[in-house]
Design a binder for this molecule. Structure first.
Ligand SMILES: NC(=O)c1ccc[n+]([C@@H]2O[C@H](COP(=O)([O-])OP(=O)(O)OC[C@H]3O[C@@H](n4cnc5c(N)ncnc54)[C@H](O)[C@@H]3O)[C@@H](O)[C@H]2O)c1
Length: 305
């Protein structure tokens, strides 16, 4: 992969991590953010991550901080947006990016669930616009979903997949632009049932999490559900579905149990209580455990290469 010029718009949680991955892969990265204090700390945050991971710290020298959007995207081959999850903000931003960027630059959004069609529909050059959905933290979770709309060219998809694969990511092609793409649809199908189990008094929240972590969660990193279905047999899977699916939650709207938690101000870590109660020490311990787990997985991936 030749050295490219990458522009990252938004230097928050996701943006600075995406910039880090591309810089570590040898690309020149320009990063910008509407919030000056966030932009001012972007390089320090990247350097802290690189140091903590034992990665090449000189990568940060390839990250250029730009106060203005035009300056960041003008020379870019690939522009990725990671600003807040708001359709209007993203639409206005891409209109500006399209005017400021070169005609050949690929334009990508890192939206979590908003259809790319809604974000990019107003652009004049929609064949080069697509989604690249990363997972947090971008430098530890391998997957990037590459989402095309009905206008996206095959060449833009191919170039994007090649760029991310060469940067050490695991890109997958999502062929239809549906809300939540693939990852968040799967994840939230599971969360809907998890919440319903608590709502209907079948078990408490801690039990839901224990069942997942101590059972199929153990296998999930190496055995996807469709591999698992083939492993046990599609006939057995069919028999199980005939009994279980009619009993599983299928409502097409958020659970009233979840809505009540939010209405009562039980916002999870933010307020110290959500489905469960959380002291600051418990919150810090869980966060640390997740990062530790992801780091180990990254090491295992590196060893198996
Ligand atoms: N946090 C996650 O786990 C995660 C995972 C995958 C995708 N995403 C998506 O990535 C995007 C960014 O999420 P985040 O968690 O990094 O948010 P964040 O709040 O940490 O960062 C967003 C940044 O965008 C900046 N910003 C807002 N409007 C801007 C504009 N017009 N121009 C330039 N900068 C602007 C803000 O100042 C902020 O620094 C969202 O669309 C989110 O849904 C988040």
């Amino acid at each position: 992969m030749p050295k490219l010029r990458i522009a990252v718009v938004g230097a928050g949680l996701m943006g600075h991590g995406i910039a880090q991955v591309f810089a570590l892969a040898g690309h020149d990265v320009a990063i910008t953010d509407a919030d000056a204090p966030t932009l001012a700390t972007a390089r320090d945050r990247i350097l802290t991550n690189l140091t903590d991971l034992g990665d090449d710290v000189t990568a940060v020298e390839r990250v250029r901080v730009c106060a203005g959007l035009g300056e960041a995207v003008a020379a870019a081959d690939f522009v990725v947006e990671a600003v807040r999850e708001d359709l209007g903000v993203k639409q206005r931003l891409f209109a500006e990016i399209e005017r400021a960027a070169r005609a050949t630059a690929i334009l990508a959004s890192n939206t979590s669930v908003i259809p790319i069609t809604a974000i990019m529909g107003g652009l004049g050059s929609r064949e080069r616009a697509l989604g690249t959905h990363w997972w947090n933290p971008p430098y530890l979770v391998p997957l990037v979903e590459v989402i095309g709309t009905r206008w996206t060219s095959a060449a833009a998809i191919e170039r994007t997949i090649a760029l991310h694969a060469a940067a050490g990511k695991t890109p997958v092609h999502v062929k239809k632009d549906v809300p939540g793409f693939v990852g968040n649809r799967l994840q939230h199908a599971l969360w809907r049932e998890a919440i319903a189990l608590v709502e209907h008094g079948i078990c408490d929240a801690e039990t839901v999490d224990t069942v997942i972590k101590a059972a199929f969660g153990r296998r999930l990193a190496v055995l996807g559900p469709l591999e698992n279905a083939d492993l046990v047999g599609t006939d057995l899977t069919l028999a199980i579905h005939k009994t279980v699916l009619p009993a599983i939650e299928s409502r097409p709207s958020p659970s009233p149990y979840l809505e009540k938690l939010v209405a009562d101000g039980k916002l999870g870590f933010k307020s110290g209580e959500g489905f469960r109660t959380w002291t600051p020490e418990q919150q810090a311990a869980l966060r640390a455990q997740v990062v530790q787990h992801l780091k180990k997985a990254r090491e295992t991936d590196a060893q198996s290469r």
